[in-house]
Structure formats: structure tokens, C-alpha cells
Ligand binder design. Structure first.
Ligand SMILES: [Zn+2]
Length: 81
């Protein structure tokens, strides 16, 4: 398993975790589950490896452009501040 460098914001230790990530792009929101990411233990900043970013990009296009059926559709509440 590749390790991540220290956090570029706070220089805290970054450890590999599987996270649920809200992938937002051009007004679309896609929840990516179980994404391997580096997460800073101090500030929570997230880091992704290039191949992970590429896969998220592909999944986005699968759903948004190629209209593949997602595994799940969730309802998200929204409010004005
Ligand atoms: Zn940090």
C-alpha cells in the first residue's frame, strides 16, 4: 500500500482510509462510496491518487453522460441559509 506524504496544509500525518466522497461537478452531485483516500488526521484534508481521481471521473461520466443506473439514489435535504 502506497503511503501519502504529510498534509500540505497543516503538515499532519495522512493515513489511507476508505471514505464516502461527495463528488460535485457542474451542478451534479454523485456520492462515491468506499473511495480509497488519504485523510489528514489533524485537519481532515483529503488526498486522492491519480488513478482514483481518474476512476471517479469515469464513474461520473458513466452516470451523468452515459446514463448508467447508479446502485442507489438518495434524497438530500437542502435549505437556504
Ligand atoms: Zn492537515
Amino acid at each position: 500500500m502506497t503511503t501519502f506524504a504529510e498534509c500540505t496544509f497543516c503538515r499532519g500525518p495522512v493515513e489511507e482510509q476508505r471514505i464516502d466522497y461527495d463528488y460535485r461537478r457542474k451542478g451534479h452531485l454523485l456520492i462515491m462510496k468506499n473511495v480509497p483516500a488519504g485523510v489528514c488526521r489533524q485537519c481532515g484534508e483529503k488526498y486522492f491518487k491519480p488513478d482514483v481521481l481518474k476512476k471517479m471521473d469515469q464513474r461520473y461520466h458513466d452516470i451523468v453522460d452515459r446514463h448508467q443506473k447508479p446502485e442507489q439514489v438518495v434524497e438530500v435535504p437542502a435549505v437556504s441559509f
